[in-house]
Design a protein around this ligand. Sequence first.
Ligand SMILES: Nc1nc2c(c(=O)[nH]1)N[C@H]1C(S)=C(S)[C@@H](COP(=O)(O)OP(=O)(O)OC[C@H]3O[C@@H](n4cnc5c(=O)[nH]c(N)nc54)[C@H](O)[C@@H]3O)O[C@H]1N2
Ligand SMILES: Nc1nc2c(c(=O)[nH]1)N[C@H]1C(S)=C(S)[C@@H](COP(=O)(O)OP(=O)(O)OC[C@H]3O[C@@H](n4cnc5c(=O)[nH]c(N)nc54)[C@H](O)[C@@H]3O)O[C@H]1N2
Ligand code: SF4
Ligand SMILES: [Mo]
Length: 734
Amino acid sequence: MLARLLKQESGPLTRELVLEPGNFGLGRVPRRLLPAATVSSVCGYCATGCQLKVHLDEEGQAINLSPQAGYPVNLGMACPKGWQALDPLDAPDRATSPLLRDETGELRPVDWNTALEVFVSRFQNIRREHGREAAAFLSTGQIPFEEMAFLGCLWKFGMGFLHGDANTRQCMATAVTAYKQSFGFDAPPGTYADFEESDVIVLVGSNLCIAHPILWQRIMRNRRKPEIIVIDPRATETAQAATQHIALRPKGDLALYHALAHCILRDGRTDPEWIARTEGFEEFARFVRGYEPAAVTEATGMDVETIERLAETVSQPGKRVSWWWTMGINQSYEGVRAAQAIINLCLITGNIGKPGTGPNSITGQCNAMGSRLFSNTTSLVGGHDFENPEHRTKVAGVLGIPQERIPAERSLAYDQILAAAEEGRIKGLWIVATNPFHSWVDSGRLAKLREKLDFLVVQDMYHSTESARVADLVLPAAGWGEKDGCFINSERRIGTLKAVRRAPGLALSDFRILRLIAHAWGCGGMFSGWTDPEAVFRILRDLTEGRPCDITGIDGYAHLDAEGGIQWPFPRGDAPRHPVRERRLFEDGVFPTPSGKARMFVSPPAGLPEEPNDLFPFLLLTGRGSSSQWHTLTRTGKSDVLAKLCPQSAWLEMHPDDVKRLGLRDGARVRVSTRRGTMEAALYQAPTVRPGQIFLPMHFPEVNTLTHPSFDPHSRQPNYKACAARVDAETLRS
Ligand SMILES: Nc1nc2c(c(=O)[nH]1)N[C@H]1C(S)=C(S)[C@@H](COP(=O)(O)OP(=O)(O)OC[C@H]3O[C@@H](n4cnc5c(=O)[nH]c(N)nc54)[C@H](O)[C@@H]3O)O[C@H]1N2
Ligand SMILES: Nc1nc2c(c(=O)[nH]1)N[C@H]1C(S)=C(S)[C@@H](COP(=O)(O)OP(=O)(O)OC[C@H]3O[C@@H](n4cnc5c(=O)[nH]c(N)nc54)[C@H](O)[C@@H]3O)O[C@H]1N2
Ligand code: SF4
Ligand SMILES: [Mo]
């Protein structure tokens, strides 16, 4: 049976391709009847979610691509990564066969049968000897949600383990927690049209020009002559292109937004109707009374006048103000309360539920939003809660599985999983489509933790990643372009991606790998209906019924393609009442909390977890380096075109005054050190960083040997963007 399944799973590309939007009426047309054609596919990098038009040869294989003109997200535009999205598929370091570490310590190619046997026997041993809490998966926001759901359901309901988390913890956990607490559901309210309909756009800790270039293009289409304010310690590309840059002291956000609320309440520039739709306003008002601007000048690095002026700008009566935040807020030891401070400002000024408004978080990875609804990690699949017995009954019913297979507890969070592995309580890890040996905070600890693990499986497109290189077993995965499924972008728009290339060698889509594992584990029957991504899409769709993310009105992939993607919610029968192309949440002022009201949360700012001192005098910030570099460079690093657009080795940005003071010169080799590690970089003299601060792009593996392992207490998101560091001329090394 397994042999038959394997044969079937690794068969040729048999999917019939769907024609392009211009040909919607034709429905499914077998590819072989056509001359060279195109298919549409959502980009697999950032959560902007641009649609690309992929040009195919006679064999149905992608030869080229261009941005899709009619798609409501990108309107015919794409950034360099999107244009070069096919390049990484041809890289020589693709994993083309499973690899198993042998007795000599080398990773050697094995066939799928052997790989599956090892996978199952090792995890079954762990399960038998140490119980369901002794292994965990670490996954991603970068594979279709059909695959994420399969992984999460297989691991927890099929294989019977409890713990699993994803790299979305590094990225969006703060926004998720903030929304859940404030609105009762993880519900980012905006739609991209809001960029074009705002009078004031506030970008907080968000370098849009680099990280979401096409969203910056959407701002450029705004005809209302908007005030564009960037709140970021650095004068980023985005800050320079904006109308105002607020060079906030790092982690001064919470104090600043409390002070803005103070001024707005003091001057009565509020919207009483929206305040009536909140809970906790009185306490909030009392709390911010202590935050007069003069009290926060030190924490924010801003003068009273600037704070007063900003408060006025974001509360002008009759003006539409939208707030958009990204990692400058999320990646902090107090990110949740800072995000909620932004939410509170929108609530008290009525900048929510209307065109051009909203406390909007911009998502990072192509499918981080899909992970939030369907990965079965923090939330029970389909926007449910593990702790809620009614939810468990419902999910068990729809999936046709015994309810006792669904755990009543939540998983440990990412950092807690790693801590448990350090303590020897977690013995096995299965890493899927993420590269934590490079990207996790204080990554030096992972090297030590590796020695403690009995079994490490890495499932990736490449055998060369920092994580794959130290695995016991590498499972070769197909990547974007080699498989079907759906992504959900920042504005909650669900769009499809398509297989337009055959994966190399024995590499299989994550979906197919999961099917094989389910069968080999002996729980294939539980997933007998999970035959292909679209079948799973329909199961997941049915699961969302009655939840705020209800998408029961979507027929299937062809429907999504025909509509130019569909934003959730889209309940059955809802379509006629709403325009399909753009939809924002909370237009009726009702929130999915028990009372229907939004909740207001406040905390005082905490101090930096690691203050600079004489030995480590700089404050180190990290983030994206350029629009052509993606995270750990496993994909973008393979493109010759993208390589020409950015430096190839690590650089450190430092203010000219500091360069001079330290007796260094532009271009010199320097060592950057923190209490945890040290690395070399080329010094780049940059007036864009403030004196006393330095910036490292995250794309080089040594960077996270420096970062500080502190976490937001509510979201458990790592604080990647503030720790104490020193810089020395490289010659001081020996
Ligand atoms: N080219 C490219 N694009 C990407 C990615 C990529 O790797 N490369 N990754 C994608 C992903 S997953 C994500 S999450 C997004 C990230 O997108 P962004 O969040 O826009 O990118 P970052 O550079 O991580 O951080 C944004 C800014 O936060 C600022 N910041 C640091 N500390 C603070 C602070 O205390 N307060 C404030 N207000 N700002 C602060 C930094 O100076 C930085 O400019 O990008 C996505 N897009
Ligand atoms: N210092 C610092 N560190 C950071 C950040 C920061 O700002 N500063 N940002 C954090 C953030 S926001 C994020 S999102 C993380 C990102 O961190 P990671 O998730 O570790 O980074 P990626 O390079 O995107 O890793 C994705 C991996 O999946 C593989 N892959 C791609 N497609 C597929 C697929 O379809 N299937 C399989 N099986 N594998 C696939 C790729 O080859 C790659 O190895 O980094 C975090 N780390
Ligand atoms: S902006 Fe994001 S989604 Fe659009 S092409 Fe670039 S990487 Fe892809
Ligand atoms: Mo991210």
